[in-house]
Design a protein around this ligand. Structure first.
Ligand code: NOJ
Length: 520
């Protein structure tokens, strides 16, 4: 049997923004549960990744965890979680949760105890250091959210490390008790039945043990993260997951430009199942560049390693705004037909645009600190129907972020009623994927002599009809020779299905088509 996570399409739910069931203007677990029919049947994805819902002071909207084994009252309680998980499983959906191992909240009881005194039994659960000789932080490490990665603690006269906000102190993963505590956390969720984890900033957990200075940007490997000892952490995690049946999945958030280093996180099939691949996230929308990146990624994979693709998430500007309406359709077709496991970000199937949030209304701490880097714009509430607040929350409350102009016209209900909508395009490609072993599991062969501006590849699987994918990245019509014989099964305009293809295929501007070809 093929591993379920290879064939699955993952869908990321940002719980604050999916569906408010308790009427406070913020999404919750019960809201997600009520929308499971949409995910499983209407859209047709296979697995859900839930961003954090744990008790948290919300300094980083849940990525500052104060209790790894609970549910923040804002989102419900553990019973709501169990109901949601059962609801997923009843519908054949898998559910993975976000594990945030690199740091806790500064209000987590572990950190409160660690901070209490230099002699605390949990002092070394975090990274405390004296000031540098002459004063100042112990080294030059910078926090991802800006400023030095060290915070001075007046009471105990030492600095602690925080790779993100000062409210997110880094755990010391070289301490055996920390590792044991995190195994308990993972078991807590695995024993409840979750199907795996998306591991937040997975490669950050191991840093240079001597805390050496980072080299100037672009001149060498950082010492503040991704120390090779992280492989041992991933191997231990994998051993734990493999104890469960069917085996649970580990998807690691890894931002790593060096593809060889990135590919090393698969280990020899004994580390992460899927280190997130962000190589197309910042790619210019150019056929040759995308082809080069796809081929480089495929070439970097070690034997048995399975690719995965991401075009959007809760940290990045919305796809529809990055690419514009036409290219958003070809991008969706690309994401769902490349070889490997795609992760779709909620709302991208509707083409939600980036919301411009005035600096004074920024909710995201990153945006408040570093102008222009705020992530509120890609976290707006999901528009469902023509009801108040597009069905996200009741009329009497304001949603935690505005829905943004035009949300109602992009709602699920509106788009279901329009046979040519972006949502219906997603549904058609997802349905085809479910029916096509070539799309789910087949090899990928790019066609090197495709006309400039066009990306063409075939997905091939023994015994299955090949699927040819032809994407026009330009604003001009193009002709592609050597296609078919076969017939178009989906086109980005949702208007060419059934058309015969034999020889030259004409593509309109920014058009993409999937052609089912005769085998052999
Ligand atoms: C990566 C998450 O995706 C992001 O939202 C968060 O702010 C940081 N990790 C810190 O946990």
């Amino acid at each position: 049997m093929t591993d379920w996570w290879r064939e699955a399409v993952f869908y990321q739910v940002y719980p604050r923004s999916f569906q408010d069931a308790d009427g406070d203007g913020v999404g919750d677990l019960e809201g997600v549960r009520r929308r499971l029919p949409y995910l499983a049947e209407t859209l047709g994805v296979d697995a859900v990744w839930l961003s954090p819902f744990y008790p948290s002071p919300m300094a980083d909207f849940g990525y500052d965890v104060a209790d790894y084994c609970g549910v923040d009252p804002l989102f419900g309680d553990l019973e709501d979680f169990d109901r949601l998980l059962a609801g997923c499983h009843e519908r054949g959906l898998r559910l993975i949760v976000d594990l945030v191992p690199n740091h806790t909240s500064n209000r987590h009881p572990w950190f409160v105890e660690s901070r209490a005194s230099r002699h605390s039994s949990k002092r070394d659960w975090y990274l405390w250091r004296d000031a540098a000789p002459g004063g100042g932080p112990p080294n030059n490490w910078q926090a991802v959210f800006g400023g030095p990665a060290w915070e001075w603690d007046e009471a105990t006269g030492q600095y602690y490390l925080h790779s993100f906000l000062a409210e997110q102190p880094d755990l010391n993963w070289r301490h055996p008790e920390v590792r044991a505590a995190m195994v308990e956390v993972m078991r807590f969720w695995l024993d409840r039945g979750v199907d795996g984890f998306r591991i937040d900033v997975a490669d950050f957990v191991m840093k240079d043990p001597d805390l050496g200075d980072d080299p100037p940007a672009g001149t060498g490997r950082p010492l503040s993260r991704a120390h090779p000892d992280v492989h041992g952490v991933f191997r231990d995690t994998r051993l734990l997951l493999d104890e469960y049946e069917p085996p649970r999945v580990a998807i690691g958030e890894i931002h790593e430009a060096d593809l060889a280093v990135w590919a090393s996180y698969y280990g020899s099939g004994d580390e992460l199942h899927l280190p997130f691949n962000f190589s197309l996230l910042h790619a210019p929308w150019d056929a040759e560049e995308v082809r080069r990146r796809v081929e480089a990624l495929e070439g970097a994979l070690l034997a048995g390693a399975w690719p995965n693709w991401v075009l959007g998430n809760h940290d990045e500007p919305r796809l529809a705004t990055r690419f514009g309406p036409s290219a958003t359709r070809t991008a969706a077709m690309l994401l769902l037909t490349l070889r490997g496991t795609p992760t779709l970000y909620y709302g991208d199937e509707l083409g939600l645009p980036q919301l411009e949030v005035a600096p004074e209304h920024q909710q995201d701490p990153f945006g408040r600190r570093v102008p222009g880097r705020g992530r509120d714009g890609c976290r707006t509430p999901m528009p469902w129907d023509a009801g108040p607040h597009a069905g996200f929350c009741p009329a009497r409350v304001e949603p935690w972020l505005p829905l943004g102009p035009g949300a109602a016209e992009r709602s699920v209900a509106e788009q279901l009623a329009d046979p040519h909508s972006l949502l219906n395009l997603h549904r058609a490609v997802l349905a085809l994927r479910r029916a096509s072993p070539a799309l789910r599991l087949g090899d990928l062969r790019t066609i090197p002599d495709a006309p400039a501006g066009c990306l063409v590849y075939r997905r091939l699987h023994p015994g299955a009809a090949p699927i040819a994918v032809a994407l026009n990245f330009t604003g001009d019509p193009l002709e592609i020779p050597g296609m078919g014989p076969g017939r178009i099964v989906v086109s980005t305009g949702m208007d060419r299905a059934g058309e015969a293809v034999a020889g030259v295929l004409s593509l309109g501007l920014h058009e993409g088509v999937l052609v089912e070809e005769a085998p052999g």
